[in-house]
Design a protein. Sequence first.
Length: 163
Amino acid sequence: MPSEITVRPATAADHGALKAAIIDLQEYERALHDSRRPGLTIADAYVPDLVRRAAARQGLIVIAEEGGRFAGYAAGWVQEDDTLAETPDSNRYGYVFDCYVVPARRGLGIAGKLLAAMEAHLWKQGVTRIRIGSLATNLAALQAYRRQGFVAYEMVLEKRRPT
């Protein structure tokens, strides 16, 4: 039987676990799409960048723990765009940049707990919309996000130049 899942704000002591998670997430996504760089090449810069973005944009990084062990993280912030074709509330929204669960702990509702914590924080920042992105081929992530009430908003299609 799984231990209780707790979610809390990340601290500097979590940076090692975040780095390992980012490497794993990046390698998982590299298998899904060739646009992703190797995890080891980005991890050292990624954690401080995530911390900086969250701090600068009313954001938060949260850690999920199960029985005191790292089980995942999510990071997000308030994004402010200046798209003339969109309404003001659509130009200022919460953006969940990352949501990751340790592979062995997937399917236990951890992503839902992480997303709920991110939502609570972002709603408090006054946004009326929260967005999250995913690779189109990451069906597990898309399914988890839909379970939490996220629906398709906009799609980006890609075509590569023939070689």
